[in-house]
Design a protein around this ligand. Structure first.
Ligand code: ADP
Ligand code: ADP
Length: 229
């Protein structure tokens, strides 16, 4: 179970405009951690740095004590699973989208991974099973169903770190709550970082960091932050 450390991270997309102003925080191993803040605060940027889509101008990011600048892209991608807000699915079967080969290859490995209660729960709620064709010529999935497939696709790889970047924020409240309940069970057993713009969606996080204009505004548990509001 890896930990995540941001150590005085400075970053801007353009050299003359700093987005993250020396950000430091630590996600202990196995903890469900959340980052909230207004739009433009730098939340997605933080996730992109963790994935090394970009490198910081200064400061360090450590996973499990190791500077990610020293880690290969391949091992970084194996260590981190990310679920974005708007997942794009292939025009293919649900099974293929989750990770089966077109001919069903890999089904055994995936079945083994899928036996986790959470993943089974995600798949059971999908229409008509893994062989269902989705997309342009197949079944149109609702936003919630699409996100279930996307989350299952990420969980199948069993990544030690799970990043949810506004993964449920485009959904209606009921679907969101349903998916969050599943994710809560998953997150309990791994290091996770949930990015959100509303406190209500991250009530289960062990620790919440409030980001504002690229700076740590405050941090605490859900109850502590609500009391301060
Ligand atoms: P959040 O996820 O909190 O809404 P972002 O990390 O997406 O915030 O954005 C933080 C700031 O960085 C914003 O001012 C945004 O305009 C800017 N930004 C985001 N992505 C890019 C990019 N690819 N190029 C230039 N500026 C960007
Ligand atoms: P990803 O979204 O996969 O992390 P990138 O890291 O390349 O991809 O960032 C591109 C994202 O940033 C796109 O979603 C784009 O809409 C957004 N973006 C690009 N430039 C800006 C900007 N100046 N302000 C805000 N968002 C931006």
């Amino acid at each position: 179970q890896p930990s995540i450390v941001f150590d005085n991270v400075v970053f801007g997309y353009d050299p003359d405009r700093t987005i993250l102003h020396g950000l430091s925080f630590e996600v202990p191993a196995g903890e469900a951690f959340a980052v909230v803040g207004p739009s433009g605060a730098g939340k997605s940027t933080l996730a992109r740095l963790l994935f090394r889509f970009y490198d910081p101008q200064s400061g360090r990011i450590l996973i499990d004590g190791q500077d990610i600048a020293q880690v290969t892209q391949a091992s970084l991608r194996a260590a981190i699973g990310i679920v974005p807000q708007d997942s794009v699915l292939f025009n293919d079967t649900i099974g293929y989208n989750i990770g089966y080969g077109r001919d069903g290859a890999g089904a055994e490995e995936i079945d083994a991974a899928a036996r986790g209660a959470a993943l089974t729960g995600l798949i059971e709620r999908l229409p008509k099973g893994l062989a269902t064709e989705v997309g342009e010529r197949g079944l149109k999935l609702s936003g919630g169903e699409k996100q279930r497939v996307a989350i299952a696709r990420t969980l199948v790889k069993n990544p030690p770190i799970l990043i949810l970047d506004e993964a449920t924020s485009a959904l209606d409240t009921r679907t969101e709550q349903d998916i969050l309940a599943t994710l809560h069970r998953v997150a309990e057993h791994r290091t996770s970082l949930s990015i959100a713009h509303r406190l209500s969606t991250i009530a289960d996080a062990n620790r919440i960091l409030v980001l504002n204009e690229g700076r740590l505004a405050e941090s605490g548990t859900h109850t502590q932050l609500l009391r301060r509001e």
